[in-house]
Ligand binder design. Structure first.
Ligand code: HGY
Ligand code: MN
Ligand code: MN
Length: 412
């Protein structure tokens, strides 16, 4: 089945969406429930409606756009990704899976096929941890991996709850009704840029993702004693930033010390109080992000860092408090979907390699309620979460081609 992908239209839509941002181009920033996010949602929803899809929002802002199949009652085949973007991001992360998913559906519609099962395009409420410190709030909720009560109380840096923010954004209804029943989807497939260098280095156009690394994240607060940068003698100091520096280097060392390249750890946030040039820092708030496809190895790093905190606290007389945000299990893709992706590559004469997803994705949580797999396309130099993030129209088109064929074979 040869499918015509309308690359021009898809690229026009990608660039139009990229222009909807709370930062001037070429930066893309779209934090969930922000004004830019709401404009982006309106933009994609009118595209879905124009494609004749049945569109609905759930109580937290997950968007569902359904192409009803011949057997409307059968579990749908799901695809999709996210349109939220962290501060100072690029225009492809997540969006390729949403607008690419739409173009895959339109290509199937144009080819005249009518799938036996419905194909549903999903835009997750948010994939990025920017707002609540926790990634994938939307898919966590719809996959039922968190109690609706807990989710409603997730707070942002200003102390606004998810419940208040979602209502202010116009999402009504009960959060508990956003939880999907177990057999809602028969399968879920997500198209995404790799956000790594493997495919580009190997000159391979398509990745079939076998595992999604499991993230664990935390906030670490280090409380010391402030004082005058001139008057406070060194032996009298409990410098919270100097203690944080020791901890940050220990994070890097602990990730490097495991026997695997699959272990990664990052301190991405370092808020210093009072942050004055002539004042000894009294408090520092750090973020911690540790990932691995092997949860035991990842938890070993967390355990080691807990011991490091103890030692720093004793030696330097500072208090260190760790607030774990999440420690999720990794996800393994479904063999049958991987084979469908590989068959689609074969049909299109495209080389395909099985690989690991080192960034997490909403598919990590979709795996809790349906067989899941992901399709990766290369991105230049593996760059992502930066305005110079780039995937070429050809690479995106190949990804959409494979996704469309995979959806068609899964939806019968
Ligand atoms: O952090 C991640 O892995 C994802 O891009 N939010
Ligand atoms: Mn991202
Ligand atoms: Mn993403």
């Amino acid at each position: 089945m040869k499918l015509e992908i309308n690359t021009e239209q898809l690229m026009r839509e990608l660039h139009a969406l990229a222009a909807i941002s709370s930062e001037p181009a070429p930066v893309v920033t779209r934090v969930v429930y922000s004004e830019a996010d709401m404009r982006a949602r309106a933009y994609v929803k009118q595209l879905f409606a124009a494609a004749g899809l049945q569109v609905r929002d759930d109580a937290v802002g997950n968007i569902f756009a359904r192409w009803v199949g011949q057997d409307a009652e059968a579990p749908a085949v799901g695809t999709g990704s996210h349109i939220d973007a962290i501060p100072n991001a690029g225009m492809y992360d997540g969006v390729v899976g949403v607008l690419g998913g739409l173009e895959a559906v339109r290509a199937l519609q144009r080819s005249g096929v009518r799938p036996r099962r419905s194909i549903e395009l999903l835009v997750f409420a948010a994939e990025e941890p920017t707002r609540f410190g926790l990634g994938c709030p939307g898919s966590r909720i719809l996959a039922g991996t968190v109690s609706p009560e807990t989710a409603r109380q997730w707070k942002d840096a200003e102390g606004q709850s998810l419940d208040a923010l979602r209502r202010a954004a116009g999402f009504t209804g009960e959060v508990k009704d956003a939880v999907l029943p177990q057999n809602y989807y028969g399968q879920f497939v997500e198209l995404h840029i790799e956000q790594g260098k493997f495919l580009e280095q190997e000159k391979i156009p398509i990745g079939a993702v076998t595992h999604i690394a499991a993230p664990a994240s935390a906030f670490i607060t280090i409380e010391g004693a402030g004082g005058h940068a001139g008057g406070m003698l060194m032996p009298d100091r409990k410098d919270a930033l100097a203690a944080a520096a020791k901890f940050i280097l220990a994070v890097e060392a602990a990730a490097k010390a495991t026997d695997s390249m699959d272990t990664v750890a990052t301190v991405g946030i370092c808020d210093v109080f009072p942050g004055a040039i002539n004042s000894v820092p009294s408090r520092v708030k750090l973020s911690l992000d540790v990932r691995d496809i092997d949860p035991a190895r990842r938890d070993g790093v967390l355990h080691e860092l807990a011991q490091v905190s103890e030692a720093i606290s004793k030696k330097r007389g500072v208090k260190i408090h760790t607030e774990m945000l999440n420690a999720d299990a990794p996800a393994a893709s479904d063999g049958a979907i991987l084979r469908a992706i590989e068959a689609a590559c074969q049909e299109n004469g495209l080389q395909c390699r099985r690989m690991v997803a080192r960034a997490y994705h909403d598919s990590l949580f979709m795996a809790r309620i349906a067989p899941m797999a992901m399709i990766f396309i290369p991105c230049r130099d593996g760059v992502s979460h930066r305005p110079d993030e780039f995937a070429s129209p050809e690479e995106i088109t190949r990804g959409v081609q494979v996704l469309a064929h995979t959806l068609a074979s899964l939806a019968g």
